[in-house]
Ligand binder design. Structure first.
Ligand code: HAM
Length: 429
């Protein structure tokens, strides 16, 4: 039997309904925050991620699905969305648009060759936003508020916003030197990757999964002690805007994030829900002021975040939240006999054109079994067309919620159902 590749999964219809519900809510939120959708290709030139995400990151070194196409080009299934969005911003010269910052959101599959576990798959769907073009600390707060709202709109409560500042270039250089000095005496005790990282990008050492329990990690110099005045002041303003909105946060000087493009604000939303699993990060993001330039555009600031729908659904499960998703069939038609089946086919065709969802048996079931199927379909109405009804030119329509049954002339079925469904919908709203 051929199964799905390791680290991927089928999303079956019962689950798909939840996905659609979540997707709709997130897109509505994007609308409320005034972000427009962008859709970029699922694969990009490999160089984009090497330059964008960073050569020393785990993503680029170990996790990319790269391949050579028939034209000899190296392409990579996107491991994340930011590099692609910024590439598109530069390629389409969006920096020249009058409405800056350009506020974009995306929704789609990403691919990372990671060790699969609960909340970590090799194909996952990210919803993310990018606000490119503004250096205003208020937009950092907006992005974090948005990130939290993705969970709040769905009823999640056990949330924690964890925040850090990685400072500007000068601050990071100061911190870099301090990290090199700190880890140099322990060089030989660190893993091979960290020994390379220490030379190329010592900040990555702090993110190492293998060396995380080394005693030198706990005493490593904090970035917050190396922020210059400008970076400190920027961080203070970001926090003040969060305070304005009444958003709680925790500062974690060890939060460095796994991608190289970050500076200043870096944050993650964590779940505290019991049973959420070993990975407690729901989403992450931050500021990437050098990225537009790195990808060939003018000096332009940017900030964003992304979350996976997989982890969001796990959090909902952990907090015992059921989404209001139901089967939505309006009418199941039970037809008895060859002639009735023919007439019913014509009727459901026109009902569907009128926007009424309907279904009928295609398994040659007897009457009793058709009623069972109608029940299973959770249809709001069951319409019966037997020999008697056919002779009378009517259908018997049963309102499944009220248990009421009426004979309705065939010419009035559509208007009858429409009136009833309209009443029901307005009653539910
Ligand atoms: P990231 O922290 O690598 O950042 O990923 C963001 C989110 O994607 C994670 O918090 C998690 O929800 C989800 N995620 C990542 N890997 C997996 C996986 N293997 N399985 C399931 N979910 C996963 C970024 O991707 C940045 N582009 C975020 C960003 C946008 N920063 C600025 N703008």
């Amino acid at each position: 039997m051929i199964k799905v590749p390791r680290g991927t999964e089928d999303i079956l219809p019962e689950q798909t309904k939840k996905w659609q519900f979540v997707e709709k809510q997130l897109k509505q939120l994007a609308n409320v925050y005034h972000y427009d959708e962008i859709r970029t290709p699922i694969f990009e030139q490999t160089e984009l991620f090497q330059r964008g995400v960073g050569d020393t990151t785990d993503i680029v070194q170990k996790e990319m699905y790269s391949f050579t196409d028939r034209g000899g080009r190296s392409l990579t299934l996107r491991p994340e969305g930011t590099a692609s969005v910024v590439r598109s911003y530069v390629q389409h010269k969006m920096f020249g648009l009058p409405g800056q910052p350009v506020k974009l959101f995306y929704y789609g599959p990403m691919f990372r060759y990671e060790r699969p576990q609960k909340g970590r798959t090799r194909q996952f769907v990210q919803f993310g936003i990018e606000a490119i073009g503004s250096n205003d600390p208020a937009i950092d707060a907006e992005v974090m508020a948005f990130a939290l709202d993705c969970y709040k709109v769905l009823g999640l409560k056990s949330l924690r916003l964890v925040l850090n500042s990685l400072g500007d270039k000068e601050s990071r250089e100061n911190h870099r030197q301090a990290l090199i000095l700190h880890f140099a005496p322990h060089r030989e005790e660190l893993c091979g990757d960290c020994q390379t990282r220490l030379e190329k990008n010592p900040l990555r050492v702090l993110d190492c999964k293998k060396d995380k329990d080394h005693p030198a990690m706990a005493t490593a110099p904090s970035i917050l002690d190396h922020l210059n005045d400008e970076s400190k002041s920027y961080f203070e303003k970001v926090k003040a805007y969060l305070d304005q909105m009444g958003i709680d946060y925790e500062i974690d000087p060890k939060l460095v994030r796994g991608l190289d493009y970050y500076n200043h604000t870096a944050f993650e939303i964590m779940s505290d829900a019991e049973g959420f699993g070993a990975i407690t990060t729901l989403s992450g993001g931050g500021r990437y002021n050098g990225l537009v330039e790195e990808l060939g555009g003018p000096e332009t600031p940017g900030i964003g975040f992304a979350c996976s729908i997989e982890r969001l659904l796990l959090a909902l499960e952990a907090e015992g939240i059921t989404l209001p998703v139901e089967d939505e069939l309006d009418c199941y038609v039970v037809a008895m006999g060859e002639e009735a089946k023919k007439e019913a086919t014509r009727i459901i065709y026109s009902l569907r054109h009128a926007g009424i969802s309907c279904d009928i048996d295609y398994m040659g079931k007897k009457m009793k079994a058709q009623f069972k199927a109608a029940d299973r379909s959770k249809a709001k109405f069951v319409a019966i067309l037997g020999e008697n009804e056919l002779a009378a030119g009517s259908m018997n329509i049963k309102d499944m919620a009220l248990g009421e049954q009426v004979d309705v002339p065939l010419t009035e079925i559509e208007s009858h159902l429409k009136t009833k469904l309209y009443r029901e919908r307005s009653h539910n709203e």
